[in-house]
Each structure stands twice: as structure tokens, then as C-alpha cells.
Write a protein that binds this ligand. Sequence first.
Ligand code: 13P
Ligand code: SF4
Length: 367
Amino acid sequence: MVLANFMERSMLPEQYKNLSTAEMEDRIRAIKQKFGDTLLIPGHHYQRDEIIQFADTIGDSLQLAQVAAANKKAKHIVFCGVHFMAETADMLTEDDQVVYLPDMRAGCSMADMANIYQTEEAWIELQKLFGDTIIPLTYVNSTAAIKAFTGRNGGACVTSSNAKTLVQWAFTQKERLFFLPDQHLGRNTAFDLGVPLEHMAIWNPIKGELEYDGEDIEQIKVILWKGHCSVHEGFTIYNIREVREKHPEMKIIVHPECSREVVALSDDNGSTKYICDVIENAPAGSSWAIGTEMNLVKRLIATHPDKHIISLNENMCPCLTMNRIDLPHLLWALETIDNNEKGNIIQVDQKTTAEALLSLERMLQHS
Ligand code: 13P
Ligand code: SF4
């Protein structure tokens, strides 16, 4: 019954399936005009162009969380991104501000790699091994329940833009970090801050056990959840070799959700915003291979015709879940609001919100 309701709420109604692009765009424009600044459409950089054209604010996860926390005017926030971002926006906004996700199926495969039951189980086992020496840090790409777990255990959220600062802060609090759910962001960030790979272990949530090759677990400083982004893990050292061979002049820049090997062989790495800024400020005529989500890479190619830009992996697909938000779903979400109907609302319960805010606010303080 619950599943049936969810499926029903997720299904695009028939009347939105065969509209022309021009008609959908006109109707979206009309609603935006009608609602003015009581409607806010945040758009993540990885969204399709057809959506980005209607975004009031475009940013990476950190920027969009900051915008949500600061905005007090919008009564309706139609979040064009993925589920965990809309949950974060809901928790950071006031009770009378409603957050909507145009397609409820727009999740994140990385966030789905960690659930709260596995997390609680891991915590119990890690406490047995290490006692009270660990602080949890969760990438915002996680459920509200995991953010709440992190908050009540003294930890913080991080995004790829502030991970270094938060990891540094976390080491002032405790001797060890438990970083979830992205092993790559955790490993790359800790490594850049001087933690040797031999001092990092992996928590395998499927087996419920610690994976560590070393002899003395006392040496472990960082415990990485065994999760990853299926988009960024698609960039390989073979892609790097190919680019180096075909375009020796090219600089390679990648997102830190890529594997350690890929990051190590690249010329530079950083968050989505960092990548956008580097390309923006690069001299005309410079050449770049970018290892991040395809909608963004294509947009960077289109907006910087004076630079030679390619994807590090030309066969890479866009993030499938980000891509679920399209014109028909955006129009549907907006017309649901306009018709005073309830639909596609993201609402985190009060207890989870209160605890998750502890971790989100610690993150925002250190950003
Ligand atoms: P950032 O927006 O923090 O760079 O994260 C990238 C990402 O994968 C979002 O889902
Ligand atoms: Fe999740 Fe990766 Fe898609 Fe971001 S790009 S939403 S981390 S699957």
C-alpha cells in the first residue's frame, strides 16, 4: 500500500507526456512570473540545460545548502537536484517553507549505499574496536537519518567544497574519523591532509566488517565507508593514459569522488564549484580534460568556446538520477503548487531534523 502510494506520487500524469517544449517552457515561465520571489528554483550544476535555464540559483551542494539556509522569502522551493539535497533544503528552511522534488525517483546511488541500520551497526562494532576515539563525518550525499546519526554523535556533514576544512576540524575533536558514505572523497581528502593510506581502513557494510591490511589497528586514523559515486568511479587510469597520449598538452582536472589512482594521476582535483572556477579563470586557448558529470562538462564546453575542453571519458553518461528531472516533471511540480494540490513534497520529521541540523550547522559554521 505504501509502495503503491509512492509509485502513484512518482508517476508523471498522462497530460504532461506529449506537450511541446515551447508549451512547457511558456507555462513554466508564466508560473515563475506569477509567484515571483515566493517561488525559488535551485538547480545543481549537474542538471540538464532545459532545467538550468529556469533555475533562480545554480550551484554545487554547498552553495545550494547555503542558499536554502539564507532564503526566508520563498514559500515554495522546487529543488532541481536529487533527493538528499531536497531533504537538506527542507531541514535548513523554516517550517512554513515547503520543499518539492519534481521527480521523487531522483535519488543518488551513492546515498543509497548507506542506510541507518547499517550505520548504527557499524558504529557499535567500531566502538568495540576503538572505544570513544571516533568522530563521524558524513558527506551530504546521505540520508537525513545518517545526518541525524552524525549530529547526535558530535560529527558534521561535509561537501566536496569544504571536506578538507571539516576533516581538519574533526581531527581536533577525536583521534579517528568515520567517513561515510563516499570512500573516495574521504580517502582523497585525508591523503591530501597527510594521512598515509596505510592508516586508512574500509568499513564493509554488506559484510559488517572492517577491511584492513595492516597489522596494528591502533594505527588506523580514518575508517572509510565502502560506498562510491557510480558516475565518478567511471573515470579510470586508462582514460588518463589515453588523454595523455592523444593530447599531451591537456590539463586533467577531476572531482574528488574519483578514485585515488585517478586523482593521483590528474593535474588537479576539486569540488564541482572548484572545477567551474578553474575553467572560468583559465586562459583562452588552454586545453582541459574534465572528470565530472557529463551535463556539466557539456555546459562548460558550450560556455567556453575559447578553450579546448573534453570529458576525461568521452563515453561517460550523465548522472541518471539527476537527469530524471526534466521539463515535464518541472512543469508538473509547478502546476501542482499553482493548483493548490499536494505532491512531490519533501518533509523530514522533526526529531530527525533537530539532530541532523547539528551536523549541518557544524558544517555551515566551518564553510
Ligand atoms: P558537489 O556538488 O559537492 O561537488 O557534489 C557532487 C555531486 O556528486 C553531487 O551529487
Ligand atoms: Fe549521486 Fe554521483 Fe549522481 Fe552525485 S553524481 S547524485 S553522487 S550518483
